[in-house]
Design a protein around this ligand. Structure first.
Ligand SMILES: CC(C)(COP(=O)(O)OP(=O)(O)OC[C@H]1O[C@@H](n2cnc3c(N)ncnc32)[C@H](O)[C@@H]1OP(=O)(O)O)[C@@H](O)C(=O)NCCC(=O)NCCS
Length: 173
């Protein structure tokens, strides 16, 4: 089967703990600081439970990214879903380094953007990257996102409030 995405499940916890735990040095510059418990099976189980609760409340769509064999190689989430006159959400994503460079993040971003517009009825998906995360910026550009600004000291990443470039994809663009 081709690479795909699906809703995260509780039984993804052991594999996610392995992928995140074995690659802590790779992800650390791009993520909030994590307690060591986050990288355990139990820590991932708790994170998945919270994500699924947010999903049930209509606030998020947490997905895993699958390779051609159906194995989980990463994650992509639509979060901060806001309705009313905004109809917008944000996305965050990651792919394990051993599966990088095969188009998984680009394909997942395209799929999740289609879900946001066609199934959730949103009209805007936003993404924020560290200013030096050129790889992620290329992924966004390939998936059709456009840079619209810079947010100073926007997110606390790797222990520092860091500037981010802001991108969006508009349903009616
Ligand atoms: C950024 C990140 C998500 C990229 O994931 P990825 O799956 O490697 O991304 P893609 O494969 O879609 O694109 C990366 C490269 O693969 C190449 N590629 C795309 N499709 C391909 C295919 N079918 N076959 C081979 N290579 C392909 C692209 O040309 C691209 O190369 P380039 O960036 O030099 O132009 C991943 O490196 C990561 O998780 N980084 C750490 C966390 C992070 O930065 N998250 C994003 C925060 S904003």
């Amino acid at each position: 089967m081709p690479a795909s995405i699906r809703l995260i499940r509780l039984d993804d916890a052991p594999r996610l703990a392995r992928l995140k735990g074995n690659n802590q040095g790779f992800f650390a510059p791009f993520e909030p600081e994590r307690p060591s418990s986050y990288f355990t099976r139990e820590g991932q189980l708790e994170a998945i439970r919270l994500a699924l609760e947010r999903h049930e409340r209509g606030e998020a769509l947490p997905q895993v990214i699958l390779d051609e064999a159906g194995d989980v190689v990463g994650g992509i989430t639509l979060q901060s879903i806001v309705r009313g006159s905004l109809q917008s959400c944000s996305t965050g994503y990651w792919v394990a380094p051993e599966a990088n460079g095969r188009g998984y993040a680009t394909a997942a971003l395209r799929s999740v953007t289609a879900l946001a517009f066609d199934e959730l009825g949103l009209r805007r998906v936003q993404a924020a990257t560290l200013r030096h995360n050129l790889r992620s910026q290329r992924v966004l550009a390939r998936a059709g996102f456009v840079r619209f600004g810079m947010a100073p000291r926007y997110l606390k990443i790797a222990g520092e409030w860091q500037d981010h470039d802001l991108f969006h994809f508009l349903a009616d663009a």
